[in-house]
Each structure stands twice: as structure tokens, then as C-alpha cells.
Design a protein around this ligand. Structure first.
Ligand code: ANZ
Ligand code: ZN
Ligand code: ZN
Length: 837
């Protein structure tokens, strides 16, 4: 019974699993539970990429391992299906996004199923299904009622190419996250979520998570907590005051001028008539720049003197007030005290405009050439002289507070979340605008508020969503007064649906509430979450925010949604070029002995590692791999390529190697003699060590080394003339999470009961893990003649005896007389011999 038609086995086993409903999770977990979540995909028209299954296979391995360890496992899959590609496709073809999305989902599902992943498909969700987004809208209403959703007309990031506003998190280096177009500032009426109210909670929550350090750091930086003080300065000759935020109150004696942001409301009150024109011109210039150009990219400082002076509260000194765009209105108070001796930006500004520089922290280098930002002893600072920076901060805050001139203050970089998009294919925001009552939330009984049919999907570009053109939908009655009113026409951003989907999976068919609290308590939180690192501050921050609000409202019982998080690395690919530099696709290539040859001419091609792209003919389509090699080789190769988190190239030669291994396993199971007795001690030790190693490796996402140790075990046991049933079954069980189809097939063919995945994961026998013998070399006159195995605690005399008993050693001693035997315990035996006299 030769088994090597892998694709055929895949189909047969997958049908068998589906029939037995093997991966349905219980409604309510009873014993130990394990919730393993994959970041659900956006079902694009291009279909699955080999990058998707990398994470999915990892979670599947973990899930099968946990099932075999007796856990009630929750392992769902669904579709994050709102978004721009379907809508843009609709604009160019007129085909409704619902239709394209549905088609793409079917294709994704077929591809994912073909990999044999242990999902509970009864829990499948689709964020564009009104039954699902009813609850997305419901959660929005809870945010609204809690005062966490508000309307405001503010300058926002506008992508002129996507014709929509974007959140700060969606802008990278001043460019649109989706299309790369330069972002503009545009004032638009917006829905905004008050995520800043949760800055501290979102920061603190990070401490309890098992997440990659780099992702934690990105979230901490994004939230950007700064401890410092607010200090109030009098504007000379007026009743006005200027308050600044500073992280360095210790340097107040070194403040030699002040800067207000060009948008600062006080600016027009304090500017002198001589300076008015210059300031107005400067304000107009600054309005054209993005925050990024004014902040991190701002190398050349510009600015204008306002004509006004302020009084430094600590020494009564008169210092000039300037305006400059390096001070942003959106941070702190929009005004700063400038300390050029100890702040790089202030230093550059002071040098350029010839402003005074006073050193207040002593340093070896001095402040002749640059600002000194390190720690040191305070000088030129009155009552602070002689103290260090940290003590001076506290002392200065105390001094200011006692006089009502300032106080300790904490600020955050995090900004509120712009939560409206001027597009069609998103969740409608359940709000009505009434001329009498103002903004009125839709009653929960009217949810879901479904998307209306439209003729044109084109965004107007003026900042109005295509929904605004559907009069019959827009015109409605006010739920409050019953008078005529208009619906909100903005839709939610693409991130909304993924903010809570992991909760819906726990109880996907409930139409009373988004998740039954008892079920949430039992299944939550997600024990292991797997997905790309590109979501470090977008999805992963937004979902934590919604979750924390739901927690505060008492709807969920855990503070954080995702306990453990792991990111898969990027999959690159080998591309192959001929002598002329032309690329050749994998179907044109013969892979032989680790080399690549062009099928038509036999020319050897040279490989290179690059990003997958059509032009390089190196895009790997999972469908092709699955029909040629089968799902197990595909899965095993994805895991064997390298460390899970590392980016690594897909290599067709590698999949050949894994396939050879699986074929050897097949051949061996056909002929191997399975007996009840146990195996030689050496194999038993290796088996027990491998059990422990594979389990540990799976838990720690070291799938590649787990596979290596399985290969080592196979090499050993496949050489035995016969094998114990225990070892045989153990091997199948250990291999199962990686190659589920083949192992189930063999299990079935050997007539074993049930399914491997329903059998118990083997327990390593501790006593058989320690090897109590050691292999040592035996030398005769400096040449190694044999290796012998000796008990670890053997005495010198016993070791000598074993060494001399070796036939190889005896042969090399023929005609010689032993002069001396040196035993180095645990390492070697060295025999010195001379010809017999
Ligand atoms: C005086 C000072 C002296 C400062 C010194 C720094 C060094 P982080 O750490 O990012 O919170 N600042 C405050 N508000 C600002 C605004 N709206 N736009 C631009 N800069 C602003 O930075 C806080 C520091 O950035 C504050 O502390 C302030 O400059 C500046 F030796 O005050 B500092
Ligand atoms: Zn764009
Ligand atoms: Zn009304």
C-alpha cells in the first residue's frame, strides 16, 4: 500500500475530518481552554499569497498540539472584508463591492481549506455582513454614549488619491499608508474617537502582555508619555500669560526666549503693531506645511519675533517671544520656553537668530558648539546650584507650585482617532442629524443600519461620501422629535470591524448581544494571536482601545484582548535569471541537486533573493504547490524555511527536500515491522528526548528546529530492523501537527482507532531521557581505533576493561606490548604500546 499521492490523501482526509466535525469548539469550554487566533485576512482579488499560510500553519500546529494535550480549543477564521480595493474595483468596473467581496471570500476559503487547517468553520464571520456590523455599530453607540465619540471640524490628513481622510496611524512619513500619495491637510467635519482618554490605560496594559519587545516599544512610543511641568510666564506690559509644557523644568534659569506656535490663539493679542505684518506672513507660510515637515524633518529653523516680551518667573528676566513652526499647536500647550544651551532645536534657532545662550547644566564639552542634553550639576541657577538634573526637576516644580506659577504635568503624543471615511464600502455610522435636536444616535432597535444601493461608487472628492447622493436613504426622521432629519453619510474606517471580531468568534450566532458574557469569560482572552508586524500601532492599538472601553462598561471580563502575540516574518523568494539577465518562472525550471536549470536549453540559472513580484516571475501561488506537492509538504516547508519571525526566501529546492522526507516516511511505513517489545536503549533515549524537544519547540514557535529533530529521530528509527508500536505511534503523533494528512492516513491504514489529532500527545519518560552512558574514543599510540560506550559513573579499571575488550582495539594491539594506559574519564582512553621484545 504505497502512499505517495499526497494531493489525493489531502482530499480524502479533509473530507473525513469535515464529516467527523473534528474541529468544532464546544459552545462553552469545560476544562483547560486555548484560544488561538489568526489575524483574519482582507479577501483580495489576488487570492492567498504564500505569506498568509505561514502564520496560519503556525497557529494550526499549536492548535493540534493543544488538542492532543486535552485543551478545548477555539480556532476560528473569517474575513476583514470592508476596504478600498473592492470599492476601487467597483469604481472602475461598476460591479458592486458586495459581489466582488463574496467571490473573493469563496476563493480564499477554498484555498485555506486546501491546506487542511483545523478551523471551526461554523464560526466564520464576515465584517461586511449586516448581522456582524450591526454589533460594530452597536459598539460605536456605546462609545458615543460614553462621550468617546464626538464630531468636530478639524484639519485632518487627507489623501487626494484615495479621496478620504486618514487617521494619524495611517500616515507614514507624510504619505498615505494605502497608496503612498503625499498627504494634505484639509479641514473636514469628522467623527473622532477619544482614544486619548485611554492613553494611560493603554500604556499600563502593555506591562502584562507576552508580546514581542519591538511591538511593545512601538506602542509605548506611539502613546508617547512625557512627564514634566507646566510653567506660566507673564507677558510684559499686558495682563496676558503664556503657559508652556516642559520636560525640563530644571533648566528654567536657562530659558532665554519663548516660542509660540503660529496657530497659537494668544499670538494676535501679544504681537506688536510693528511686527504684525511679518507675523501674519509667517503664519500663512506655516499653514501649508504638514506636522511632519514642521517636526522631525524640520532641519532649517525659521521664525519671526512677535515684538512682545515675557517675564521668566524664576528670575524676573525679560525674554523675547518669537513664533516658529517648530512648535506645534497640537502638543503640550503650543508654546515653549526655549533653553538653547540644553535643547538641540532651541540651540539651532538661537544660533540662527543670535539669541542668548546660558549654560545651566555643567558639562565637559561646554555649550560652545552644541547643546548639552545629558545629566550633570546645575550652575547659574540660584537655589538649584549644585543639584543634579533629577533633583532639580522636583525642586523647581515644588518652588513653582508653592507660588502658583506652575505644576507637575504629564502629556501624551497620542492623538484622538479620526474615525470617519468619505467612502462607500464601510459600516454606516448610526447617527442622525436633526435641525432641532442636533446629533441624535440611532436607537439600538434600528440596527443594523444597512448600506443603501448606490449607482456610483465614486467619492465626490469634495469630502462627501457617495452615500450623500442617495436622497431616499439620507432623508429620514429624527428618532428623537420625529421631524425631518438627515443621516450621517460618512462611513467607519476599515479598522472598525477588526476591533472586536475576536469577541464575536466566541459566540458568533448570538442575536441578542455581541457576545454572551459567560462565554466571553470562559473563552477570553485570546491566548495566542498570530499575524504581521505591520499592525503594531494600527489594528493592535485600536482593538486594545475598544476592548478596554468594553471592559470599563462591564461587557468583557479581561482588560486586554490578546495575551500572547507573535509575528511571522516576511516571505521573500528566489528569482532566477539566465545569462542575458532575463527572469524565468518556476514552471520553466528543473531543480536538480540543489541547482536550477532552464528546461528548454539546460542552461544553469543564477538565483537571487527578492521580494515576490510578477515582473521577477517569482510569485509563488499556493494552489500550484498544493496540487503538485500536497498540503503537508507545503506546511512543513513553510515552517522549515527558517525561524518563524525572520524574513526568509521561498525556495523551490527546499520544498523538494521536505517532499523527499515525507516520501521516505511513506516508504518506511509500508515495510516496517511493528512489534510489541521496546526498542534498543539508544533509540528509546532519542525518542523521549525528541518528545520533550518537539513539545517545547512548538510552544516557543521554534517549528524549524522541531522538524529537524523529527528528521533526526526518523533517521534513527528507520534503520531499526523492527520497531515497537509505541515508538511508531509516537513518531506519527509528533509529526502530526506538521503533516496532518499523511499521519492521519497512515494511522487509518494501520487500523489504529480514531484520529491522531484525537489521541494523547506522548509524555516523555524522564528516566529515559538521561543517557547514563558516554561514548569515548580509544587511542592506540595516538591514533583513534574505536569508540566505546561506558557507564558514566564507571571506575577507571572498568573503563580500561571495556576499552581493551573492543575487537578493533585488540586488533591494533596485535604484536604489541602495553606500556601504559591513560584514562581521561568521560573523554578518552589512550594506550601506549611498544613492539614485544
Ligand atoms: C524646555 C526644555 C529644555 C525642553 C531642554 C527640552 C530640553 P517630549 O519629550 O517629546 O515630550 N515642546 C513642548 N511642547 C512643544 C510643542 N508643542 N512643539 C514642539 N516642542 C514642544 O518633548 C517635550 C519638550 O519639547 C519640552 O521640554 C519642550 O522643550 C518641547 F533642555 O522645554 B522643553
Ligand atoms: Zn491614498
Ligand atoms: Zn429631532
Amino acid at each position: 500500500m504505497s502512499i505517495d499521492n499526497f494531493p489525493q490523501i489531502d482530499k480524502k482526509q479533509q473530507e473525513r475530518w469535515e464529516k467527523a466535525n473534528l474541529f468544532a469548539s464546544p459552545k462553552m469550554p469545560k476544562g483547560k481552554k486555548f484560544y488561538c487566533l489568526d489575524m483574519f485576512p482582507y479577501p483580495s482579488g489576488a487570492g492567498l499569497h504564500v505569506g498568509h499560510p505561514e502564520g496560519y500553519t503556525a497557529s494550526d500546529i499549536l492548535v493540534r498540539y493543544k488538542l492532543m494535550n486535552g485543551y478545548d480549543v477555539l480556532h476560528p477564521m473569517g474575513w476583514d472584508a470592508f476596504g478600498l480595493p473592492a470599492e476601487n474595483y467597483a469604481i472602475s468596473t461598476g460591479i458592486h463591492p458586495r459581489i466582488t467581496t463574496h467571490k473573493n471570500i469563496q476563493n480564499f476559503k477554498r484555498q485555506i481549506k486546501a491546506i487542511g487547517l483545523a478551523y471551526d468553520w461554523n464560526r466564520e464571520i464576515d465584517t461586511t455582513d449586516p448581522k456582524y456590523y450591526k454589533w460594530t455599530q452597536w459598539i460605536f453607540l456605546q462609545l458615543f454614549k460614553k462621550g468617546l465619540a464626538y464630531e468636530s471640524t478639524v484639519p485632518i490628513n487627507w489623501c487626494p488619491s484615495c479621496k478620504t481622510g486618514l487617521a494619524n496611524e495611517e500616515v507614514f512619513n507624510g504619505k498615505c499608508e494605502r497608496c503612498g500619495h503625499e498627504i494634505e491637510r484639509k479641514a473636514l467635519r469628522q467623527w473622532i474617537l477619544r482614544i486619548t482618554d485611554y492613553a494611560e490605560k493603554l500604556l499600563e496594559g502593555l506591562d502584562e502582555l507576552d508580546w514581542p519587545e519591538s511591538t511593545l516599544a512601538m506602542q509605548r512610543n506611539w502613546i508617547g508619555k512625557s512627564n514634566g511641568a507646566e510653567v506660566t510666564f507673564k507677558v510684559d506690559g499686558t495682563d496676558e500669560t503664556l503657559t508652556v509644557f516642559t520636560t525640563r523644568p530644571d533648566t528654567l534659569f536657562g530659558a532665554t526666549y519663548m516660542v509660540v506656535s503660529p496657530e497659537h490663539p494668544l499670538l494676535k493679542k501679544i504681537v506688536t503693531s510693528e511686527q504684525q505684518a511679518a507675523v501674519a506672513a509667517y503664519q500663512a507660510e506655516a499653514a501649508k506645511k504638514s506636522d511632519l515637515e514642521r517636526g522631525d524633518l524640520n532641519k532649517i529653523k525659521t521664525g519671526v519675533f512677535t515684538g512682545a516680551y515675557a517675564i521668566n518667573p524664576v528670575n524676573g528676566k525679560k525674554i523675547p517671544v518669537w513664533t516658529s513652526d517648530y512648535v506645534l499647536m497640537g502638543y503640550g500647550t503650543g508654546a515653549i520656553m526655549a533653553v538653547p544651551a540644553h535643547d538641540e532645536r532651541d540651540y539651532a534657532f538661537a544660533k540662527k537668530f543670535g539669541l542668548e545662550i546660558i549654560e545651566v547644566i555643567k558639562s565637559e564639552q561646554g555649550v560652545e558648539k552644541e547643546a548639552f542634553t545629558g545629566d550633570g550639576e546645575l550652575v547659574n541657577s540660584g537655589f538649584l546650584n549644585g543639584l543634579r538634573v533629577k533633583e532639580s526637576k522636583a525642586a523647581m516644580i515644588k518652588w513653582l507650585a508653592e507660588r502658583g506659577l506652575g505644576k507637575a504635568k504629564t502629556t501624551y503624543k497620542l492623538r484622538d482617532w479620526v474615525f470617519a471615511r468619505q467612502r462607500y464600502w464601510g459600516e454606516p455610522i448610526p447617527i442622525v442629524h436633526c435641525p432641532k435636536c442636533g446629533v441624535v444616535p440611532l436607537p439600538e432597535s434600528q440596527l443594523p443600519l444597512t448600506l443603501p444601493e448606490v449607482e456610483k461608487f465614486e467619492p465626490s472628492g469634495t469630502g462627501e461620501s457617495p452615500l450623500a447622493t442617495v436622497d431616499s436613504w439620507v432623508n429620514t426622521t429624527c428618532p428623537h422629535c420625529g421631524g425631518p432629519a438627515k443621516r450621517e453619510t460618512n462611513t467607519m474606517p476599515q479598522w472598525a470591524g477588526s476591533c472586536w471580531y475576536y469577541l464575536r468568534y466566541m459566540d458568533p450566532h448570538n442575536d441578542q448581544i455581541f457576545v454572551d458574557p459567560a462565554i466571553e469569560k470562559a473563552y477570553g482572552p485570546v491566548d495566542c494571536y498570530i499575524g504581521g508586524a505591520e499592525h503594531a500601532v494600527l489594528h493592535l492599538l485600536y482593538a486594545r482601545f475598544w476592548h478596554r472601553v468594553l471592559y470599563d462598561l462591564g461587557y468583557v471580563s479581561h482588560k486586554e484582548p490578546f495575551h500572547k502575540l507573535r509575528h511571522q516574518g516576511m516571505i521573500l523568494a528566489f528569482s532566477y535569471r539566465d545569462k542575458m539577465g532575463n527572469y524565468h518562472g518556476y514552471e520553466e525550471i528543473d531543480f536538480k541537486d540543489g541547482k536550477a536549470y532552464l528546461k528548454t536549453t539546460g542552461e544553469e540559472l543564477s538565483p537571487m533573493v527578492e521580494k515576490m513580484s510578477k515582473s521577477k516571475k517569482n510569485v509563488v501561488n499556493p494552489d500550484d504547490i498544493l496540487t503538485q506537492y500536497g498540503a503537508d509538504a507545503f506546511r512543513m516547508y513553510e515552517m522549515f524555511m527558517g525561524p518563524f519571525e525572520a524574513s526568509k526566501p521561498w525556495d523551490m529546492k527546499g520544498i523538494e527536500g521536505v517532499t523527499r522526507f515525507l516520501k521516505r516516511v511513506c516508504g518506511w511505513t509500508d515495510t516496517v515491522k511493528i512489534v510489541p517489545e521496546s526498542d534498543p536503549r539508544k533509540s528509546e533515549i532519542l525518542k523521549n528526548r525528541t518528545i520533550a524537544k518537539v513539545g517545547e519547540d512548538i510552544e516557543n514557535f521554534r517549528f524549524n528546529t522541531a522538524i529537524s529533530s523529527l528528521m533526526v529521530l526518523f533517521n534513527d528509527i528507520s534503520k531499526l530492523p523492527q520497531i515497537s508500536q509505541d515508538t511508531f505511534q509516537t513518531f506519527l503523533k509528533l509529526l502530526h501537527p506538521f503533516a496532518p494528512h499523511l499521519t492521519e492516513e497512515i494511522w487509518q491504514q494501520k487500523g489504529y482507532e480514531g484520529f491522531v489529532v484525537k489521541s494523547a500527545w506522548p509524555k516523555p519518560n524522564e528516566a529515559l531521557m538521561q543517557d547514563d552512558t558516554a561514548e569515548i574514543g580509544v587511542q592506540v599510540n595516538g591514533k583513534v581505533r574505536d569508540r566505546v560506550s561506558v557507564p558514566r559513573n564507571a571506575e577507571r579499571a572498568e573503563i580500561e576493561k571495556i576499552a581493551l575488550a573492543s575487537p578493533k582495539v585488540a586488533r591494533s594491539l596485535e604484536g604489541l606490548e602495553i606500556k601504559k594506559i591513560i584514562v581521561v574519564p568521560g573523554r578518552m582512553v589512550s594506550i601506549v604500546a611498544a613492539p614485544k621484545k
